[in-house]
Design a binder for this molecule. Structure first.
Ligand code: GMT
Length: 374
């Protein structure tokens, strides 16, 4: 098949999933064309049958105080669909990608059929999509997609609850992990800054308020009083400064390491003892899944789709997001009890195998095939 994929190229779960999907599809013999304003961050180096098409942003004009990216994107999607004879255009994150895809398909008229698949990822439904400025067009664009998928059962139900979307049959296709890259190792290769006897706690995100990174630093400060440990943070975003200030204020700045954005995190994850995700909402929690695949138990909030990924007591623990003390207590308990930790590590690896790319990617292929044959 010839598949177009539009996603945000920046650090974030939806872009990561879209890119891993494209790469997996290309390995399975399909032609994959990424269409976005920059090359997706996980698209490293050359891959057979993979192409990137940059949206043309040169049409700026003083009158256009706000550059209409959605239109420029639709133009590029239309152009690529025609030239590369795309069968399917799969967009990740509804805003504005599903709307642009709708326009691109309309522009094709009868020149060639283009099936639009929209995958809902999270805040496109739970936050941004429900904002007054976007709600009606989000609903419209979802309803006009040829197929809609959601990354968790929670997100599917939330879409129906928030938007109605009557007539849409939203299929849950969970996120997945490439087990050839994310696997456990007993050889613990910690960064040099981690003291020999210290536990390594880890977090990866785009540091948006929903991730509650300053609260995470507070949890760590409590853990640190009981267990010799460091906190390693990967990523960057709006709450980084506040989190840095919090580490300073709580006297743990020398034990909290902000590494910034990194392209490849599997080696680092393999060295971690515990992954923390105290988000206020999370439709799935891809970073938690990747940590589990590397053998790292996950301590997370009991919100959204996280219980569909992390099994409380078996692959880590789930706690109410407000209960910072309980989260810290759970972390301490897990880190102190070696037998329990090893059980959870095994449980995490086994659970992650259920989300293997080899199991999930064929579900997207089947969906595309169904649409093409319809
Ligand atoms: O950062 C992104 O790319 C999107 C982001 C969001 O806020 O919607 O992440 C969502 O999509 C990921 C991939 O499907 C999920 O693993 C995240 O749980 C989800 N984030 C939230 O729901 C907050």
């Amino acid at each position: 098949m010839r598949i177009g994929i539009t996603c945000y190229p920046t650090y974030g779960g939806s872009g990561a999933v879209a890119t891993e999907l494209g790469l997996a599809l290309a390995r399975r013999g399909h032609y994959v064309h990424f269409i976005s304003y920059a090359s997706p961050f996980r698209l490293r180096g050359f891959a057979e049958r993979v192409y990137f098409h940059e949206v043309d942003l040169t049409g700026a004009y003083p009158l256009l105080e706000y550059f209409p990216y959605s239109l420029a994107l639709a133009v590029k999607q239309h152009e690529v669909a025609l030239r590369e004879e795309l069968d399917v255009l799969h967009v990740h994150y509804a805003i504005p990608h599903a709307t642009a895809a709708y326009l691109a398909r309309e522009m094709l008229e009868d020149q060639r059929p283009l099936r639009v698949v929209t995958t809902l990822h999270g805040t496109d439904i739970t936050l941004v999509g429900q904002a007054h400025s976007f709600a009606t067009i989000t609903k419209f664009s979802i309803e006009r997609s040829d197929a809609v998928t959601a990354v968790s059962q929670f997100l599917r139900e939330e879409t129906y609850r928030a938007f109605g979307c009557t007539g849409c049959d939203i299929e849950v296709i969970p996120n997945f992990v490439n087990l050839a890259e994310y696997f456990p190792s007993d050889e613990r290769r910690c960064p040099a800054f981690v003291p020999r006897d210290a536990k390594m706690l880890m977090h990866i995100s785009n540091f948006r308020p929903v991730k509650r990174v300053p609260e995470l630093v507070r949890i760590f400060a409590k853990v640190r009083r009981e267990v010799s440990s460091v906190l390693v943070l990967v990523g960057d975003g709006p709450d980084r400064e506040e989190a840095e200030a919090e580490a300073e204020r709580l006297g743990v700045a020398r034990q909290v390491f902000f590494l910034g954005k990194l392209d490849s995190v599997a080696d680092l994850l393999r060295a971690a003892d515990l992954f923390l995700l105290p988000s206020s909402l999370e439709s799935f929690g891809l970073a938690a899944l990747e940590a589990m695949a590397c053998g790292v138990p996950v301590l997370a909030s009991r919100v959204g789709g996280l219980p569909e990924v992390v099994v409380d007591g078996e692959t880590g623990a789930l706690v109410s997001p407000e209960a910072l003390d309980e989260m810290a207590a759970q972390a301490v308990a897990m880190l102190r009890d070696g037998d329990r930790w090893r059980r959870m590590r095994r449980g995490a690896v086994e659970r992650a195998q259920q989300f293997s790319a080899d199991l999930v990617v064929p579900r997207y292929e089947e969906l595309y095939r169904r649409l093409i044959d319809a």
